[in-house]
Design a protein around this ligand. Structure first.
Ligand code: CA
Length: 417
């Protein structure tokens, strides 16, 4: 989501998706809610929200306590980067993205001309943010942001987003009933936060409205505009996978610690296929080295893939403020260009699952009698509980994590390779 993924990342991943719970939902005090709304009305009006908008969209609402649980939700374990990438850059998403590149070819060419961002990058953001428009999130924004404006941490932040949402509805650009998105307020094809929308959304289909939920041209152009404003440099690769000399020290890595490509070459770094870096980057191009799995590399399994990344990776990073999501977008864009998967293996003997494999796992869990709800590839709390139960039964560590080892153990013998 554009600029707010510090709390929860994009709805497309399913990686962090939780099944909504009701049993433990706290009750919110009605008097506090009423008093808070009364307090917020004056600053809302000062920010440009009319009395009529406030009365029609905010006054009738009850707060939604479930968003506060999201705000405070701590993931039960740190999701390894290979799990994010397995779900976000899988064969389904690559095939669908390639189809959409063709379908929207002329729009994407105009977007590139206007903002300098290429088609594969724009479509990769679209795929990671909302699964190409198929997952917008399910929270009515005014209710979610209203609740977060009155209860919990970061109320001042969410008040700004609430007021922006109301101004968007008031301006007639997006219908109020379309203002539905993530619990934290990101909405539409590109999962813009409301204030990001106000700064950066563009009308690209020329109907006079900046509509990121109903207009694919508006959404694609707005994404490119976001990246342009994040200092995207036209024609520059986001980065490349590199081969590190075996003894290369990893203390001083990080995307912000940039050195010219020529300096990296002098330190012995080459492209993963052994070619010189100059095949991709001019010698003076500033690049940072990232080794995403270095900190969690297991003994004897290596450090995993390493990448030299340019300022364009920083632009992708700013979309979600998460390196894993930046790398997912970057890698998906490369796969859409026909490039190969990473050359180096991740340091694990239990890789993550594609969405197709997650659905298969859910089917197998259901067949073993677990109640997990819809077979949707989204691993919510019920799926995690069933996974833990099966891991215990199989003598595996009970982590709740879905990986290849568990899938293989549950598959009937005929499906095993
Ligand atoms: Ca439009």
């Amino acid at each position: 989501m554009a600029t707010a993924c510090l709390w929860a990342c994009c709805v497309a991943s399913g990686a962090l998706a939780q099944t909504p719970t009701t049993a433990s939902t706290p009750r919110l005090n009605e008097a506090d809610w009423t008093a808070c709304l009364q307090r917020l009305q004056a600053p809302a009006q000062q920010s440009g929200v009319s009395v009529q908008t406030w009365q029609s969209l905010v006054s009738p609402l009850a707060p939604d306590a479930s968003v506060l649980e999201k705000l405070d939700n701590q993931p039960e374990f740190k999701t390894p980067i290979w799990d994010y990438l397995a779900g976000l850059v899988d064969e389904e998403r690559i095939a669908q993205g390639q189809q959409l590149l063709k379908e929207h070819q002329s729009t994407l060419a105009r977007v590139q001309q206007a903002y300098g961002v290429d088609a594969a990058t724009v479509v990769a953001v679209w795929g990671v943010e909302s699964n190409f428009g198929q997952s917008f999130g399910r929270y009515p924004l005014v209710q979610a942001l209203g609740t977060l404006s009155c209860f919990g941490r970061r109320q001042a932040f969410f008040q700004k987003e609430l007021f922006a949402t109301l101004r968007i509805a008031q301006g007639g650009h997006v219908a109020p009933e379309d203002l539905v998105g993530s619990w934290a307020g990101a909405f539409g094809h590109t999962q813009f936060m409301p204030t990001t929308y106000e700064r950066l959304a563009v009308d690209f289909d020329g109907d006079g409205k900046r509509n990121l939920t109903r207009s694919i041209p508006d959404a694609l152009a707005s994404t490119a505009h976001f990246l342009q404003k994040a200092s995207w440099q036209s024609g520059l690769a986001w980065g490349v996978e590199v081969a590190l000399p075996a003894s290369y020290p990893l203390q001083h890595t990080g995307r912000q610690q940039k050195k010219p490509a020529s300096a990296w070459a002098e330190s012995g770094l080459r492209l993963a296929n052994g070619s010189p870096l100059t095949q991709v980057f001019a010698p003076s191009t500033p690049l940072g080295l990232i080794v995403p799995a270095a900190a969690i590399a297991q003994a004897g399994l290596g450090r995993g893939p390493a990448f030299l990344v340019s300022r364009n990776f920083d632009a992708l990073y700013s979309y979600n403020a998460a390196e894993s999501y930046g790398l997912a977008i970057a890698h998906l864009s490369d796969r859409l260009r026909g490039m190969e998967p990473f050359a180096s293996a991740w340091p694990t003997n239990d890789l993550g699952l594609s969405r197709q494999q997650r659905r298969e796992l859910q089917t197998l869990l259901t067949l073993r009698g677990h109640e997990i709800g819809a077979i949707d590839g989204m691993l919510g709390e019920k799926s995690r509980a069933a996974i833990r139960a099966e891991q215990t039964r199989l003598g595996q560590p009970s982590t709740g994590r879905a990986g290849q080892l568990l899938l293989k153990a549950l598959q009937p013998d005929s499906a095993k390779q």
